[in-house]
Design a protein around this ligand. Structure first.
Ligand SMILES: NC(=O)c1ccc[n+]([C@@H]2O[C@H](COP(=O)([O-])OP(=O)(O)OC[C@H]3O[C@@H](n4cnc5c(N)ncnc54)[C@H](OP(=O)(O)O)[C@@H]3O)[C@@H](O)[C@H]2O)c1
Length: 312
Protein backbone atom coordinates (compact mmCIF):
# COMPACT_ATOMS: atom_id res chain seq x y z
CA UNK A 1 0.00 0.00 0.00
CA UNK A 2 1.29 3.50 -0.74
CA UNK A 3 0.31 7.11 -0.01
CA UNK A 4 -3.16 7.68 1.36
CA UNK A 5 -4.76 4.79 -0.50
CA UNK A 6 -7.55 3.32 1.68
CA UNK A 7 -6.38 0.34 3.67
CA UNK A 8 -9.05 -2.12 4.71
CA UNK A 9 -9.00 -3.37 8.29
CA UNK A 10 -11.35 -6.07 9.55
CA UNK A 11 -11.75 -5.39 13.28
CA UNK A 12 -13.12 -8.56 14.85
CA UNK A 13 -14.60 -8.09 18.32
CA UNK A 14 -15.39 -4.37 17.97
CA UNK A 15 -18.07 -4.49 20.68
CA UNK A 16 -15.63 -5.43 23.46
CA UNK A 17 -13.68 -3.25 25.90
CA UNK A 18 -10.60 -3.13 23.67
CA UNK A 19 -12.36 -3.41 20.30
CA UNK A 20 -14.35 -0.21 20.95
CA UNK A 21 -11.19 1.73 21.75
CA UNK A 22 -9.49 0.47 18.58
CA UNK A 23 -12.52 1.38 16.46
CA UNK A 24 -12.52 4.88 18.00
CA UNK A 25 -8.79 5.35 17.38
CA UNK A 26 -8.99 4.27 13.72
CA UNK A 27 -11.93 6.64 13.20
CA UNK A 28 -10.00 9.68 14.45
CA UNK A 29 -9.94 12.46 11.89
CA UNK A 30 -6.26 13.22 12.53
CA UNK A 31 -5.19 9.67 11.73
CA UNK A 32 -2.23 9.69 9.34
CA UNK A 33 -4.05 7.40 6.95
CA UNK A 34 -7.52 6.84 5.60
CA UNK A 35 -8.61 3.56 7.06
CA UNK A 36 -11.56 1.60 5.82
CA UNK A 37 -12.58 -0.25 8.96
CA UNK A 38 -15.17 -3.02 8.86
CA UNK A 39 -16.18 -3.97 12.39
CA UNK A 40 -17.65 -7.25 13.53
CA UNK A 41 -19.45 -8.14 16.74
CA UNK A 42 -21.54 -11.03 17.91
CA UNK A 43 -24.21 -10.70 20.63
CA UNK A 44 -23.78 -6.91 20.85
CA UNK A 45 -23.59 -6.13 17.12
CA UNK A 46 -24.74 -2.58 16.43
CA UNK A 47 -26.09 -1.02 13.25
CA UNK A 48 -22.62 -0.51 11.80
CA UNK A 49 -21.19 -3.91 12.70
CA UNK A 50 -21.22 -7.11 10.71
CA UNK A 51 -22.77 -9.77 12.94
CA UNK A 52 -20.29 -12.64 12.91
CA UNK A 53 -20.14 -15.74 15.10
CA UNK A 54 -16.53 -16.91 15.14
CA UNK A 55 -17.70 -20.41 16.02
CA UNK A 56 -19.32 -20.58 12.56
CA UNK A 57 -16.25 -21.26 10.42
CA UNK A 58 -18.17 -21.08 7.13
CA UNK A 59 -19.36 -17.59 8.05
CA UNK A 60 -15.82 -16.52 9.00
CA UNK A 61 -14.43 -17.78 5.68
CA UNK A 62 -17.23 -16.12 3.70
CA UNK A 63 -16.78 -12.79 5.53
CA UNK A 64 -13.03 -12.66 4.95
CA UNK A 65 -13.04 -13.93 1.38
CA UNK A 66 -15.69 -11.33 0.43
CA UNK A 67 -14.00 -8.44 2.22
CA UNK A 68 -10.38 -9.28 1.32
CA UNK A 69 -9.00 -7.00 4.05
CA UNK A 70 -5.39 -5.81 4.12
CA UNK A 71 -5.25 -6.50 7.84
CA UNK A 72 -7.35 -8.31 10.41
CA UNK A 73 -7.29 -7.26 14.07
CA UNK A 74 -8.67 -10.00 16.32
CA UNK A 75 -9.92 -8.57 19.64
CA UNK A 76 -12.64 -11.20 20.10
CA UNK A 77 -12.00 -13.85 22.72
CA UNK A 78 -13.33 -15.53 25.80
CA UNK A 79 -11.16 -13.75 28.36
CA UNK A 80 -12.86 -14.45 31.68
CA UNK A 81 -10.56 -16.90 33.51
CA UNK A 82 -13.37 -18.47 35.54
CA UNK A 83 -15.52 -19.08 32.45
CA UNK A 84 -12.54 -20.67 30.65
CA UNK A 85 -11.79 -22.85 33.67
CA UNK A 86 -15.39 -24.11 33.79
CA UNK A 87 -15.74 -24.57 30.03
CA UNK A 88 -12.29 -25.18 28.48
CA UNK A 89 -13.93 -26.51 25.28
CA UNK A 90 -15.62 -23.17 24.70
CA UNK A 91 -12.36 -21.34 25.45
CA UNK A 92 -10.55 -23.50 22.88
CA UNK A 93 -13.27 -23.10 20.26
CA UNK A 94 -13.01 -19.30 20.41
CA UNK A 95 -9.41 -18.66 21.45
CA UNK A 96 -7.75 -21.41 19.38
CA UNK A 97 -9.91 -22.98 16.65
CA UNK A 98 -11.57 -19.76 15.47
CA UNK A 99 -8.20 -18.01 15.32
CA UNK A 100 -6.73 -20.88 13.27
CA UNK A 101 -9.61 -20.52 10.82
CA UNK A 102 -9.00 -16.77 10.52
CA UNK A 103 -5.29 -17.45 9.98
CA UNK A 104 -5.98 -19.97 7.19
CA UNK A 105 -8.26 -17.57 5.35
CA UNK A 106 -5.83 -14.69 5.89
CA UNK A 107 -2.98 -16.71 4.43
CA UNK A 108 -5.13 -17.55 1.41
CA UNK A 109 -6.06 -13.90 0.81
CA UNK A 110 -2.77 -12.28 1.85
CA UNK A 111 -4.12 -10.38 4.86
CA UNK A 112 -1.90 -9.60 7.85
CA UNK A 113 -3.37 -10.79 11.17
CA UNK A 114 -2.78 -8.98 14.45
CA UNK A 115 -4.23 -11.03 17.28
CA UNK A 116 -4.51 -9.95 20.91
CA UNK A 117 -3.18 -12.22 23.63
CA UNK A 118 -2.46 -11.96 27.34
CA UNK A 119 0.23 -11.83 30.01
CA UNK A 120 -1.54 -14.89 31.52
CA UNK A 121 0.45 -17.10 29.12
CA UNK A 122 3.21 -16.76 31.78
CA UNK A 123 3.28 -18.22 35.28
CA UNK A 124 4.30 -14.93 36.88
CA UNK A 125 7.33 -16.23 38.76
CA UNK A 126 10.18 -14.45 36.92
CA UNK A 127 9.24 -11.06 35.47
CA UNK A 128 9.86 -9.13 33.34
CA UNK A 129 8.90 -11.33 30.40
CA UNK A 130 10.30 -10.82 26.91
CA UNK A 131 8.42 -11.99 23.81
CA UNK A 132 10.74 -14.99 23.36
CA UNK A 133 10.40 -16.23 26.96
CA UNK A 134 8.70 -19.63 27.22
CA UNK A 135 5.01 -19.47 28.17
CA UNK A 136 3.89 -21.54 31.17
CA UNK A 137 0.22 -20.71 31.76
CA UNK A 138 -1.38 -21.56 35.11
CA UNK A 139 -5.01 -21.70 34.03
CA UNK A 140 -7.30 -22.73 31.17
CA UNK A 141 -7.58 -19.15 29.88
CA UNK A 142 -3.80 -18.80 29.63
CA UNK A 143 -3.46 -22.22 27.99
CA UNK A 144 -6.11 -21.42 25.39
CA UNK A 145 -4.45 -18.09 24.56
CA UNK A 146 -1.00 -19.73 24.29
CA UNK A 147 -2.42 -22.40 21.99
CA UNK A 148 -4.16 -19.71 19.94
CA UNK A 149 -0.85 -17.86 19.52
CA UNK A 150 0.77 -21.08 18.30
CA UNK A 151 -2.08 -21.92 15.94
CA UNK A 152 -1.87 -18.45 14.38
CA UNK A 153 1.92 -18.27 14.03
CA UNK A 154 2.24 -21.89 12.82
CA UNK A 155 -0.33 -21.24 10.12
CA UNK A 156 1.00 -17.82 9.14
CA UNK A 157 4.46 -16.83 10.45
CA UNK A 158 4.06 -13.30 9.02
CA UNK A 159 1.21 -12.62 11.42
CA UNK A 160 1.57 -10.98 14.81
CA UNK A 161 0.53 -11.52 18.42
CA UNK A 162 0.21 -8.57 20.80
CA UNK A 163 0.21 -9.64 24.45
CA UNK A 164 -1.38 -7.27 26.93
CA UNK A 165 -1.89 -7.15 30.71
CA UNK A 166 -4.94 -6.06 32.72
CA UNK A 167 -6.95 -3.57 30.66
CA UNK A 168 -9.21 -0.71 31.68
CA UNK A 169 -10.77 2.15 29.76
CA UNK A 170 -14.06 3.69 28.69
CA UNK A 171 -16.66 1.10 29.66
CA UNK A 172 -20.34 0.44 29.16
CA UNK A 173 -20.57 -1.38 32.49
CA UNK A 174 -18.24 -0.86 35.47
CA UNK A 175 -17.76 -4.64 35.60
CA UNK A 176 -16.22 -4.75 32.12
CA UNK A 177 -12.73 -4.35 33.56
CA UNK A 178 -11.20 -5.81 36.72
CA UNK A 179 -10.00 -2.24 37.47
CA UNK A 180 -13.27 -0.31 37.24
CA UNK A 181 -15.24 -3.23 38.72
CA UNK A 182 -13.62 -2.35 42.08
CA UNK A 183 -15.38 1.04 42.22
CA UNK A 184 -18.77 -0.09 43.63
CA UNK A 185 -17.11 -2.01 46.51
CA UNK A 186 -14.87 0.98 47.27
CA UNK A 187 -17.85 3.34 47.37
CA UNK A 188 -19.77 0.94 49.64
CA UNK A 189 -16.77 0.62 51.97
CA UNK A 190 -16.79 4.37 52.68
CA UNK A 191 -19.95 3.90 54.74
CA UNK A 192 -19.10 4.13 58.46
CA UNK A 193 -20.97 0.87 59.16
CA UNK A 194 -19.07 -1.09 56.47
CA UNK A 195 -16.64 -3.76 57.76
CA UNK A 196 -14.11 -2.95 54.98
CA UNK A 197 -13.70 -4.24 51.43
CA UNK A 198 -11.08 -7.00 51.02
CA UNK A 199 -8.70 -6.40 48.08
CA UNK A 200 -5.92 -8.59 46.70
CA UNK A 201 -2.49 -7.31 47.79
CA UNK A 202 -0.61 -10.39 46.51
CA UNK A 203 -0.50 -10.13 42.71
CA UNK A 204 1.22 -7.22 40.96
CA UNK A 205 -0.62 -5.90 37.91
CA UNK A 206 0.23 -3.30 35.27
CA UNK A 207 -3.13 -1.74 34.39
CA UNK A 208 -3.07 -0.61 30.79
CA UNK A 209 -5.45 1.98 29.32
CA UNK A 210 -7.37 0.75 26.26
CA UNK A 211 -7.04 4.08 24.34
CA UNK A 212 -3.23 3.68 24.73
CA UNK A 213 -3.40 0.12 23.38
CA UNK A 214 -5.46 1.43 20.49
CA UNK A 215 -2.65 3.87 19.67
CA UNK A 216 -0.21 0.93 19.75
CA UNK A 217 -2.42 -1.07 17.39
CA UNK A 218 -2.78 1.89 15.02
CA UNK A 219 1.01 2.23 15.02
CA UNK A 220 1.41 -1.45 14.18
CA UNK A 221 -1.16 -1.17 11.37
CA UNK A 222 0.67 1.89 10.01
CA UNK A 223 3.91 -0.09 9.97
CA UNK A 224 2.24 -2.86 7.98
CA UNK A 225 0.60 -0.40 5.62
CA UNK A 226 3.98 1.07 4.68
CA UNK A 227 5.56 -2.34 4.16
CA UNK A 228 7.36 -2.63 7.52
CA UNK A 229 5.27 -5.54 8.80
CA UNK A 230 5.79 -6.57 12.41
CA UNK A 231 5.67 -10.35 12.75
CA UNK A 232 5.83 -12.79 15.65
CA UNK A 233 5.22 -11.94 19.28
CA UNK A 234 5.09 -8.43 20.73
CA UNK A 235 4.25 -7.05 24.16
CA UNK A 236 2.70 -3.82 25.38
CA UNK A 237 2.19 -2.87 29.01
CA UNK A 238 1.58 0.03 31.31
CA UNK A 239 4.64 0.73 33.46
CA UNK A 240 3.04 1.38 36.88
CA UNK A 241 3.06 -1.76 39.05
CA UNK A 242 0.18 -2.07 41.51
CA UNK A 243 -1.89 -4.65 43.33
CA UNK A 244 -5.67 -4.47 43.37
CA UNK A 245 -5.30 -3.09 46.90
CA UNK A 246 -3.16 -0.25 45.47
CA UNK A 247 -5.63 0.28 42.63
CA UNK A 248 -8.44 0.53 45.18
CA UNK A 249 -6.55 3.26 47.04
CA UNK A 250 -6.09 5.24 43.83
CA UNK A 251 -9.76 4.82 42.89
CA UNK A 252 -10.76 6.02 46.37
CA UNK A 253 -8.55 9.10 45.91
CA UNK A 254 -10.06 9.78 42.47
CA UNK A 255 -13.54 9.54 44.01
CA UNK A 256 -12.42 11.65 47.04
CA UNK A 257 -13.63 8.92 49.38
CA UNK A 258 -12.35 7.76 52.73
CA UNK A 259 -12.61 4.10 51.77
CA UNK A 260 -12.05 1.17 54.15
CA UNK A 261 -10.03 -1.35 52.16
CA UNK A 262 -8.46 -4.45 53.70
CA UNK A 263 -5.30 -5.94 52.16
CA UNK A 264 -5.46 -9.68 51.39
CA UNK A 265 -1.88 -10.93 51.37
CA UNK A 266 -2.59 -14.44 50.01
CA UNK A 267 -4.40 -15.39 46.78
CA UNK A 268 -8.08 -16.15 47.20
CA UNK A 269 -9.24 -16.75 43.59
CA UNK A 270 -10.67 -20.19 42.77
CA UNK A 271 -8.87 -20.06 39.40
CA UNK A 272 -5.05 -19.95 39.78
CA UNK A 273 -3.56 -16.66 38.64
CA UNK A 274 0.06 -15.59 38.12
CA UNK A 275 1.73 -13.28 40.63
CA UNK A 276 3.67 -10.85 38.41
CA UNK A 277 3.68 -11.07 34.60
CA UNK A 278 5.31 -7.74 33.80
CA UNK A 279 5.62 -7.63 30.00
CA UNK A 280 8.78 -6.11 28.52
CA UNK A 281 7.55 -3.70 25.81
CA UNK A 282 11.03 -2.89 24.40
CA UNK A 283 10.37 -4.34 20.94
CA UNK A 284 7.53 -1.91 20.17
CA UNK A 285 9.21 0.97 22.03
CA UNK A 286 12.27 0.55 19.78
CA UNK A 287 9.98 1.04 16.77
CA UNK A 288 8.68 4.30 18.24
CA UNK A 289 5.25 2.79 18.87
CA UNK A 290 3.28 3.42 22.05
CA UNK A 291 1.75 5.81 24.54
CA UNK A 292 1.23 5.57 28.28
CA UNK A 293 -1.37 7.71 30.03
CA UNK A 294 -0.58 7.97 33.76
CA UNK A 295 -2.98 5.76 35.72
CA UNK A 296 -4.22 8.47 38.10
CA UNK A 297 -5.05 10.76 35.18
CA UNK A 298 -6.85 8.04 33.22
CA UNK A 299 -8.85 6.71 36.15
CA UNK A 300 -9.87 10.23 37.27
CA UNK A 301 -11.26 10.83 33.78
CA UNK A 302 -13.18 7.56 33.75
CA UNK A 303 -14.67 8.15 37.22
CA UNK A 304 -15.33 11.88 36.77
CA UNK A 305 -19.12 11.45 36.82
CA UNK A 306 -19.34 8.18 38.77
CA UNK A 307 -21.76 6.37 38.98
CA UNK A 308 -22.59 7.69 35.50
CA UNK A 309 -20.51 5.84 32.92
CA UNK A 310 -17.73 7.63 31.00
CA UNK A 311 -18.17 8.82 27.42
CA UNK A 312 -16.98 6.29 24.89
N1 LIG B 1 -9.74 -7.31 29.47
C1 LIG B 1 -8.51 -7.53 29.91
O1 LIG B 1 -8.14 -7.16 31.04
C2 LIG B 1 -7.50 -8.23 29.02
C3 LIG B 1 -6.20 -8.41 29.48
C4 LIG B 1 -5.24 -9.01 28.65
C5 LIG B 1 -5.59 -9.43 27.39
N2 LIG B 1 -6.88 -9.28 26.96
C6 LIG B 1 -7.22 -9.75 25.61
O2 LIG B 1 -7.66 -8.63 24.87
C7 LIG B 1 -8.63 -9.05 23.90
C8 LIG B 1 -9.86 -8.17 24.02
O3 LIG B 1 -10.42 -8.38 25.31
P1 LIG B 1 -11.66 -7.51 25.82
O4 LIG B 1 -11.42 -7.25 27.26
O5 LIG B 1 -11.94 -6.37 24.90
O6 LIG B 1 -12.83 -8.61 25.68
P2 LIG B 1 -14.39 -8.40 25.88
O7 LIG B 1 -14.72 -7.04 26.35
O8 LIG B 1 -14.85 -9.58 26.68
O9 LIG B 1 -14.95 -8.54 24.40
C9 LIG B 1 -14.96 -9.80 23.79
C10 LIG B 1 -15.31 -9.63 22.33
O10 LIG B 1 -15.36 -10.95 21.76
C11 LIG B 1 -16.58 -11.05 21.02
N3 LIG B 1 -17.05 -12.43 20.97
C12 LIG B 1 -17.29 -13.26 22.01
N4 LIG B 1 -17.76 -14.44 21.55
C13 LIG B 1 -17.80 -14.33 20.19
C14 LIG B 1 -18.19 -15.20 19.14
N5 LIG B 1 -18.63 -16.46 19.37
N6 LIG B 1 -18.09 -14.76 17.87
C15 LIG B 1 -17.64 -13.52 17.62
N7 LIG B 1 -17.26 -12.64 18.55
C16 LIG B 1 -17.34 -13.06 19.83
C17 LIG B 1 -17.55 -10.18 21.78
O11 LIG B 1 -18.64 -9.88 20.95
P3 LIG B 1 -20.13 -9.58 21.55
O12 LIG B 1 -19.92 -8.88 22.85
O13 LIG B 1 -20.77 -8.73 20.50
O14 LIG B 1 -20.78 -10.93 21.72
C18 LIG B 1 -16.67 -8.97 22.10
O15 LIG B 1 -16.58 -8.12 21.00
C19 LIG B 1 -8.85 -10.54 24.15
O16 LIG B 1 -8.05 -11.28 23.27
C20 LIG B 1 -8.36 -10.74 25.57
O17 LIG B 1 -7.91 -12.07 25.76
C21 LIG B 1 -7.84 -8.67 27.74
Amino acid sequence: MTGNQAFTVALIGASGLLGRAVAAELARADSARTWRVVTTAHSRAGLHDVRLDLLDHDAVRAFLSDLKPDAIVVAAAERRPDVCENDPALARALNVDALREIAREARATGAWVLSISTDYVFDGTSPPYRPDDAPAPLNAYGRSKRDGERALLDCDPASCVLRLPLLYGPCIDWNESAVTSLAPAIVASADAAHPGAPMDAWATRYPTFTPDVAVVIRGMLEHHARGATISGITHWSGDEPMTKFDIAGRIARALKLDARVIAQRTPTDATPRPRDCHLDSARLEALGIGRRTPFDHAIAGLLAHYPDLPDQ
